[in-house]
Design a protein around this ligand. Structure first.
Ligand code: MN
Length: 543
């Protein structure tokens, strides 16, 4: 396996058709989070936030940042001016309608380039602009020429392009180029085109526009086609994409920057200037700023994007993550290391669909390696029952279930080991017990001895154990219930002791042990319970 396919492995069939496409070598990313993105209902950025977003976009390697439309408000004007002065590597552009007032505002803000637009669809001409087709062409010529006097880079957008008569659209775009536009953006303003339809429009433009004019795509997600449409545009020869972080924008939003950047990168190897390792932190920053929560199933940056719940998938991912993941999440800054135990820990949620493989891996991680088939099935049944009730099962839950089925804590999770127990009892003797334990503190085993008296041998032994336990500051743990029964008949019968322990918060835990000597069985059950309690606490604290 090559280094690249260790990180990304997508359909090899793309390569076969790529030669028939008009793919550009370089695709420029034009970000409009601060302009079209800010038109999202309920979203508005402060000046400070706009500066933070622009700075982050620059760090990410975005080529062009549309900082706003200065004519719209004082806030937009200030932001355009400030962001232009930040000294970023990205080109800072401002939006203006095809009119003198708007264009002058962009000039005042001292921006690197200008983006001018006017609607061209008959619907917009009639209902919004109240202009004829010829009047629009005249305005394009006049105002683009004026913009060109101030800027070498002028981008022109025919608003509602995809619902405009194609001959007229090409005419409008040609008019803009003749007047000095260097980039032609073809917006799917209302998100009503299909990938094939969009590719057709782009190809028709490629036939007539000069080679040095950059064609740009601008897609909206009204039918959920914005990413497919943008990629289809690039496949037809467009070399610039307008997008927003997380696809925020009016109505269903603009195309998501994360999706188009990674589609180009992973599917076509078009990398441009993007530093994709900052994609996740950029998305998270916007999430924090807007309170616009990323849905768990959002491509690439959603919390479930790299999680595997089904057992068959999880098992395969442990063997090779590419089996069920197109690319490795670290590539875009989603935290995870490729260490096997981390994949288990971070990606496999133990839920209802957990099959044998991932559960086994998880149990092994806790140190339960030699489970019998019936123990394993019993654990799985309990997990599924909890899952059916709609509850997520945490590591601590799984550990508690496993230890209650198995009865003992695995060796590496133990805190205490019984070394020696002696009890003196009889008639006219005060029952006295001495206990010697190995206790693990800070990773080291140390020996501890305790002794106590009691009303009988079991009581004395339990008191001696309690005395040692209390020295370690683990909190108080009390014996609530005690039950003994003979498993087999006779005085040499095996005694089974079941205990119910309770901590200072009232949390209860059951434990049991079997031994021919009932005093030994009692102490072993207590120690089992204490070990389980402490191990469970530790696992909870790892979170
Ligand atoms: Mn738009």
């Amino acid at each position: 396996m090559s280094e690249e396919s260790k990180k990304i492995f997508v359909s090899p069939h793309i390569g076969k058709i790529a030669k028939d496409l008009d793919l550009p070598e370089r695709v420029y990313m034009f970000d409009t989070t601060l302009r079209d993105g800010e038109q999202t209902p309920g979203i508005s950025f402060t000046l400070q936030e706009k500066i933070q977003i622009a700075t982050q976009l620059d760090k990410l390697g975005i080529d062009i940042i549309e900082a706003g439309m200065p004519v719209v408000s004082k806030g937009d004007y200030e932001a355009c001016k400030k962001i232009s002065k930040l000294g970023l590597n990205a080109e800072i552009t401002g939006l203006a309608r095809i009119n003198r007032v708007d264009i002058d505002k962009v000039i005042e803000c001292d921006m690197n380039s200008i983006h001018v637009f006017i609607a061209t669809s008959d619907l917009h001409l009639k209902e919004k602009l109240k202009m004829t087709r010829d009047e629009v062409l005249e305005a394009i010529t006049k105002e683009t020429e004026y913009a060109k006097e101030h800027y070498s880079t002028v981008e022109f957008s025919a608003e509602d392009a995809t619902r405009t008569d194609l001959d007229y659209l090409i005419k409008a775009n040609n008019t803009a180029v003749e007047a000095g536009a260097t980039r032609i953006n073809i917006p799917d303003t209302v998100g009503t085109i299909t990938p094939q339809g969009y590719a057709y429009i782009i190809r028709e433009h490629k036939k007539v526009l000069p080679k040095n004019v950059r064609i740009s795509v601008h897609c909206h997600d009204d039918f959920g086609l914005s990413t497919a449409n943008s990629i289809a545009g690039v496949e037809a020869g467009a070399s610039q994409i307008h997008s927003t972080i997380l696809g925020i924008g009016e109505r269903a939003g603009n195309v998501s920057m994360e999706e188009v950047v990674m589609s180009l990168y992973a599917l076509y190897g078009i990398k441009g200037n993007m530093k994709i390792k900052y994609l996740y932190e950029t998305a998270k920053m916007l999430e924090r700023m807007t309170g616009f929560e990323i849905s768990p199933n959002f491509p690439l940056v959603g919390s479930n994007a790299f999680k595997h719940e089904s057992g068959i998938h999880a098992h395969a991912v442990i063997m090779n993550p590419r089996t069920y993941e197109p690319l490795t999440p670290e590539l875009i800054g989603v935290p995870r290391t490729d260490k096997l135990s981390d994949i288990i820990e971070k990606s496999i949620s133990i839920g209802k669909h957990t099959g044998g493989h991932s559960l086994g891996a998880k149990l092994e991680e806790f140190g339960f390696s030699n489970l019998s088939k019936s123990q394993f099935n019993e654990i799985r049944t309990e997990i599924k029952e909890i899952g059916d009730k709609g509850k997520q099962i945490s590591d601590a839950d799984l550990f508690a279930i496993a230890t209650s089925v198995i009865g003992e804590v695995p060796e590496e999770e133990k805190t205490m080991n019984l070394e020696e127990l002696s009890v003196m009892c009889g008639i006219n003797v005060t029952p006295t017990a001495t206990i010697r334990l190995q206790i693990k503190t800070n990773g080291e085993w140390i020996e501890q001895v305790g002794s106590a008296i009691g009303v009988g041998p079991v009581d004395a032994a339990c008191n001696a154990l309690q005395e040692v336990y209390n020295k370690f500051g683990y909190g108080i743990i009390k014996l609530k219930e005690y039950n003994i029964e003979a498993i087999t008949g006779g005085t040499d019968a095996l005694g089974q002791v079941k205990v119910l322990l309770e901590d200072h918060k009232g949390e209860q835990l059951k434990a049991r042990a079997v031994d021919p000597d009932i005093v030994n069985a009692s102490i072993k059950a207590m120690i089992n319970g204490m070990n389980r309690y402490l191990a469970k606490r530790r696992i909870e604290n790892r979170k």
